[in-house]
Every structure is written in C-alpha cells, then in structure tokens.
Design a protein around this ligand. Structure first.
Ligand SMILES: [Zn+2]
Ligand SMILES: [Zn+2]
Length: 268
C-alpha cells in the first residue's frame, strides 16, 4: 500500500492539524508510512503569513511521535521548500544542518505574488500567467535543485478563473519539457499530488500527460501525496493515483528516508 508523503501540520502557517491527530488518522486509514512536509517559504510576499517554523522543535515533535507510534507506522521528517532563486544558498545550508528524510521543492509564486489571490490574474490572460508560472518554476529549479521531489508541478491551474479551461500539457510543452529534463538530469522525482482531484480539477497535479512525458524522458521516480492540510484528506484518492501512474508507464512509486528513495509497488 502507498503511504502519504505530502502532509501538513500546525507547523505550517496554513494548517492547524495537530501532528498526533494526523498520525492517529493515518493509522486508522492503514497508511504504512507518512512524511510531514511543512512549509518553509521564506520571504513570502503576503504580509500576514510567515511560512517558517522552529526546525529544532519540529524534529523534537517528530522524534516523540516516532517513539510512541514508530512500531505501527513509519514516520518521516520532510519539508516543502518554496522555490525562490534568491533562497538557494540558504536552503542549501538548512538541508546541511538538519537530517530531513524528504524534501519537496514547490513553486508557490508567480510575479512574486501568491496566485491564490485573484489580483495575480488582473490585466493578464490565464494562459500568460500559466506560462510565466512555468518559466519561474524552470528558473527556480535551475537555481536550486537539492530537493527530492518536484511538488504539484501545474499548481497554478488550480487558481485561474477557468482553471483547466485554457490548459493542456501541449499548450505549455516548450517550458514544461525543459523543467522535466532538468528533473531527470538531477535525479529529482515528480510528485503526483491528489489535491487537484480533491479540488475537482478533474486530474491530479500535474496532469497525467506531464507524468507520461516525464516517463518518456527517462524519469523513473514518482512520489504520491495528498497535500493534506486537514487530516481527513490523508491518502485521498490514492487508488486513482496508482492507476494513473500505472497508465503512464510506472511500476513503482518512491518514498524517501534519509534522502534515499525506497521503491513501493503500484500493484494492488
Ligand atoms: Zn505546495
Ligand atoms: Zn503542500
């Protein structure tokens, strides 16, 4: 069975999920492993949120949970880093200083704005914003690639007014292919994030065409996560995720322990 390796807790500015509650729900759902991947996205341009946490306290909390529940479920210490080119060196230092098991790299900004806010799209076509988002992702990966898995690659599509209406892999293939080639070159996994399904986008992030293309380009590492900010969505639609990955040519997904991939079969 596939575990969930994209999970937020109250260490993230946008979640109030208690870590122990998350573990109990994960046990109830029968998940064999789970990675907490709370947000660090320094210099986030929205003034009233700070995507940062006390990393020592984070490891203490996870160590205590491992002591209590470690026999029943594998608990991994991860982090979701927001890609911003100027943070590359600082992120590198963070990863040398702390023994994270798993690191997601995610692009959460475009034009230095959070696309969650409709102002990002004011005076711009959706296609223009989507294209710029992929270009910024490419710049982000060029500047910093010490992470294990690329989070929700087409995240931006969640926020356009017509969402997937103007969107297809084909329409943005020029930039997306450049990103995928870099991921393959740096041995970075591509995440299948089921939040797209939960938000009724009609597909996970990224779109299966992108997962298929990553496979064609020689990518072999895929991770699966719900991006749960509330424990009820742990493991959401993982059967669908496995079926999508199989249809894209993958036989295994991976989770990471001490930054090393562990392969898990996608057969039921
Ligand atoms: Zn994210
Ligand atoms: Zn996330």
């Amino acid at each position: 069975m596939i575990g969930d390796i994209h999970v937020h807790s109250s260490f993230s500015a946008d979640s109030d999920a208690d870590m122990e509650d998350v573990i109990r729900k994960a046990l109830a759902a029968g998940l064999p492993y789970i990675a907490f991947t709370d947000h660090i996205d320094w210099d986030f341009p929205v003034t009233d949120v700070e995507y940062d946490f006390d990393v020592d306290r984070y490891f203490d909390a996870i160590t205590a949970l491992k002591r209590k529940y470690g026999e029943e479920i594998r608990i991994l210490a991860g982090v979701e880093l927001g890609l911003q080119p100027h943070l590359a060196e600082r992120y590198g230092r963070l990863l040398r200083e702390y023994p994270f098991d798993f690191v997601i790299g995610s692009q959460h900004l475009v034009y230095n704005m959070d696309p969650y806010y409709p102002e990002t799209f004011a005076g711009r076509s959706e296609a223009e914003v989507y294209h710029r988002y992929f270009e910024e992702t490419l710049e982000g990966v060029k500047a910093f690639h010490e992470f294990d898995s690329m989070g929700h690659l087409d995240y931006i599509v969640r926020y356009g007014k017509r969402r997937s209406g103007v969107y297809s892999y084909r329409a943005f293939a020029d930039v997306i292919d450049e990103i995928l080639k870099l991921l393959v070159r740096y041995n970075i996994a591509l995440e299948l994030n089921t939040a797209g399904l939960r938000r009724q986008l009609g597909f996970p992030n990224p779109h299966p065409d992108i997962l298929r293309r990553y496979h064609e380009l020689g990518g072999t590492l895929v991770t699966v996560g719900s991006d749960s900010h509330k424990p009820f969505s742990l493991g959401f639609a993982f059967d669908t995720a496995a079926a999508v990955l199989r249809s894209c040519g993958f036989t295994h997904c991976v989770y990471y322990e001490k930054r090393r991939p562990k392969f898990v079969s996608l057969q039921n």
